[in-house]
Design a protein around this ligand. Structure first.
Ligand SMILES: Nc1ncnc2c1ncn2[C@@H]1O[C@H](COP(=O)(O)OP(=O)(O)OP(=O)(O)O)[C@@H](O)[C@H]1O
Length: 453
């Protein structure tokens, strides 16, 4: 997440999925809010009228706080302002850049080496990052030969495995020990946007000066510049100037640089001057340690069993581990429930489903159809000819074919019936759906449930 806008999109997602608000309530009061800024732990949002602001604050302030806590990992107050009113201009005056800076400062405080849990999956990346962060420590601002080994340092790996955390930790450490050094942290995307703006406003010199005066240049998600010739050109020259001046460059990428397609060869060869190190999904012990750390940071007491269940179920993305802990914290604050295994299981299920909609299996189709027609999955598979069982069976056949893409032979095998009967039942349903609106609505609901979950 790079901006308050990204944070707010997560907040909206959280509210939309929350059972404490109805869909009309969400659409009328929450969805219309616009993110303005995050400043001094206050989230400023905009709405249309005083009336809307009062209703939203009275009815949904707690929900919004819960959603921000879940997304950011720390508590914020909510302030809703009415668009086009004086108060908005007053708080806007401070300059648009403040918005992002304040959020990232808040977030940065947690992204330190101390808060980073080491394990086999990331210990090299951690070691190289600390080396880079301390490169000016011994030899007062004259990087030694040993330190040029790590220039550039490129950390790569899948999403949510700590690349940005390490980069921010370097930034944090350097700022702490050498406040005089100039550090530029940006993302590939932001680098591109700034360059485009600079070109439009004919201020490319300013852009060059800004980047080429850095002591540390850190670009997150460098793979985004691939395929964009002008951006690569600019990045290449910035890289060369800094490298030749002995300045440190740190980059992250979601894949190994050699696998980034459409990356200019000359850039790739520059990348080979330093080290490339990957981060991979953490093992069980590391996951346990991360969950404990994240809980400690939120002052949240979790039993070993709860920690274990989270670490067992969420295996490949640390952001999801953290999201689970944040959600547990939010629930304990807003429901007064203590963290329990069942609470953790509920949240894990939601988080896993949010990211990977469950596969549509034969069993899930049977379950959904059985629930809609008030029969059981076994009834559907049986030879029972009761009217609602027969209808449920035909609908299941239809869904096996149209939603899951099974052949009539496969469907016949699944239901222990002849495949030619399957064809007839399927055609019956197709015809019925055209004529019977109520049946069509029921089937549409089943399909929606299958796809949403
Ligand atoms: N080893 C770790 N110890 C503690 N926290 C971690 C660790 N690895 C990742 N995290 C946390 O997981 C979250 C996601 O990490 P981060 O943003 O660094 O991932 P990323 O690899 O940059 O992902 P993306 O490519 O999607 O940007 C962060 O909140 C970070 O603090």
């Amino acid at each position: 997440m790079d901006s308050f806008n990204d944070v707010f999109q997560e907040v909206l997602k959280y509210c939309r999925n929350c059972k404490s608000i109805s869909e009309p309530g969400y659409n009328k009061w929450i969805k219309i809010l616009e993110p303005m800024k995050l400043e001094n732990n206050v989230a400023y949002l905009l709405t249309d009228s005083d009336f809307s602001r009062d209703i939203t604050m009275n009815a949904y302030e707690n929900l919004l706080k819960e959603a921000f806590l879940n997304t950011l990992g720390f508590e914020v107050d909510i302030k809703i302002l009415v668009k086009d009113k004086e108060e908005v201009n007053e708080t806007e005056e401070k300059d648009i850049e403040v918005k992002v800076a304040d959020f990232s400062d808040e977030e940065n405080n947690n992204l330190t080496f101390d808060n980073f849990i080491k394990g086999k999956s990331n210990d090299l990346a951690y070691a190289f990052s600390t080396a880079v962060a301390h490169k000016y420590d011994e030899d007062q601002k004259t990087p030694s030969n040993t330190n040029t080994i790590f220039n550039p340092l490129i950390i790569y790996g899948d999403s949510g495995l700590g690349k940005t955390h390490l980069m921010k930790a370097i930034e944090h450490e350097v700022k702490k020990n050498h406040p005089e050094l100039k550090i530029i942290y940006t993302t590939g995307e932001s680098f591109i946007n700034q360059l485009v703006k600079a070109i439009e406003s004919k201020e490319t010199n300013k852009f060059h000066d800004k980047y080429r005066n850095a002591d540390y240049l850190m670009v997150d998600d460098i793979q985004t510049i691939a395929g964009k010739e002008r951006m690569q050109e600019e990045f290449f020259h910035t890289f060369n100037d800094l490298y030749n001046a002995g300045k440190q460059i740190v980059l992250t990428s979601d894949i190994a640089p050699s696998k980034i397609s459409k990356l200019q060869n000359r850039i790739l060869t520059r990348f080979s001057l330093g080290v490339q190190v990957d981060v991979t999904p953490p093992d069980f012990e590391t996951r346990m340690a991360i969950v404990k750390k994240k809980a400690d940071m939120l002052d949240l007491q979790l039993s070993d069993n709860v920690v274990r269940i989270i670490a067992e179920k969420i295996k490949t993305n640390i952001r999801q581990l953290e999201g689970t802990v944040n959600k547990i914290k939010a629930l304990t604050i807003y429901t007064n429930e203590s963290p329990s295994i069942s609470m953790a299981q509920r949240i894990i299920k939601e988080i896993i489903i949010e990211n990977h909609p469950a596969e549509i299996t034969v069993d899930r189709i049977l379950q959904e159809v059985a629930a809609a027609f008030d029969v059981t999955a076994d009834d559907i598979k049986s030879t029972n000819r009761r009217a609602n069982v027969s209808l449920a069976r035909k609908i299941a056949i239809y869904l096996f074919k149209d939603v899951k893409g099974m052949t009539f032979i496969q469907i016949g095998n699944e239901l222990n019936k002849n495949h030619s009967t399957m064809t007839i039942h399927y055609q019956d349903v197709v015809k019925n759906l055209k004529e019977n609106k109520q049946l069509k609505d029921t089937v549409d609901d089943i399909i929606k449930n299958l796809k949403d979950n």
